[in-house]
Design a protein around this ligand. Structure first.
Ligand code: SAM
Length: 253
């Protein structure tokens, strides 16, 4: 990964601009000391870890696909979903984000050239945290995800894309995933880059079937679904004979 210039937001130096292996840009957060995307490629990761699953599963969802994007960050997951909207489907995207300064700065971010087509959407979201037309609805909430998700329902797909549990634990605990389960639609699924045992254990304990990604073009993550789906299944029961099942919790106890 190649690091470029430092971004200043107000008086604070908060991010470093980073070029990833697919030549698309991401940021490294100096607050969390982590990048917003993996070194494999910001665009590549977004597409293969999250958006292509939404596309492949689109027929299982209704005419309107309801997406929860955890969390908005640079908005890659939302913008790539819009660019890949399945035919005849409306997308409704809900996304919490604590860092409103970042969103306000996105109109100037060096996005991949493919995003040029939706420049008007990026500018509108960057300004108003909201966009709507006949086929797309995007709401970015400047709110803690833990509170925000409680008001949602019938979510078809959750893009679980927080920073790692080491620095962003509140978005990986058993209690958090319990709340996510409550707002999923009947065929709802969760996609994530994480393969961490405590994350998979939490999902497994909550009754999710665990799968992995099909594509060999990217490091595989985890897909969780309450229903059986057509993805490579992880035999977690078998794995548990060899590993200890433990989760992250909101509070130790
Ligand atoms: C890994 S980045 C998200 C990357 C994003 N999906 C993208 O495409 O750029 C994680 C984001 O979560 C936000 N965040 C962390 N904890 C949060 C919380 N509890 N509620 C809302 N946003 C949070 C951070 O500010 C950061 O922008």
């Amino acid at each position: 990964m190649e690091s470029r210039k430092r971004e200043r937001i107000g008086d604070m130096e908060k991010y470093i601009e980073v070029k990833t292996k697919d030549n698309t840009y991401t940021l490294k957060s100096l607050e969390y000391n982590e990048c917003y995307h993996s070194s494999e490629g910001a665009l590549k990761e977004t597409y293969y870890k999250h958006v292509c699953i939404m596309k492949e599963m689109a027929d299982d969802f209704g005419e309107e696909i309801r997406i929860l994007d955890i969390c908005f960050g640079l908005g890659y997951n939302t913008f790539v979903s819009i660019l890949n909207r399945p035919k005849n489907k409306k997308l409704k995207i809900y996304s919490p984000e604590l860092d409103v300064e970042l969103i306000k700065s996105l109109k100037n971010f060096k996005y991949p050239k493919e995003f040029e087509k939706i420049k008007h959407i990026i500018e509108k979201i960057s300004k108003d945290l909201y966009y709507e037309d006949d086929l797309i609805y995007v709401e970015v909430a400047n709110q803690n995800a833990r509170e925000y998700i409680k008001k949602l329902k019938n979510i078809d797909i959750v893009y679980q894309d927080a920073f790692s549990p080491k620095v962003n634990k509140e978005l990986w605990t058993l209690e958090y995933f319990k709340d996510i389960k409550k707002i999923l639609s009947r065929k709802g699924i969760i996609t994530t880059y994480s393969v961490a045992t405590p994350v998979r254990c939490a999902l497994y304990k909550l009754g999710f079937n665990l799968y992995t990604h099909k594509s060999d073009l990217i490091r595989k993550g985890t897909i969780a679904s309450l229903k059986e789906i057509n993805y490579p299944k992880i035999d977690f029961e078998e794995k548990l004979k060899r590993i200890k099942c433990y989760c992250y919790y909101d509070k130790k106890g």
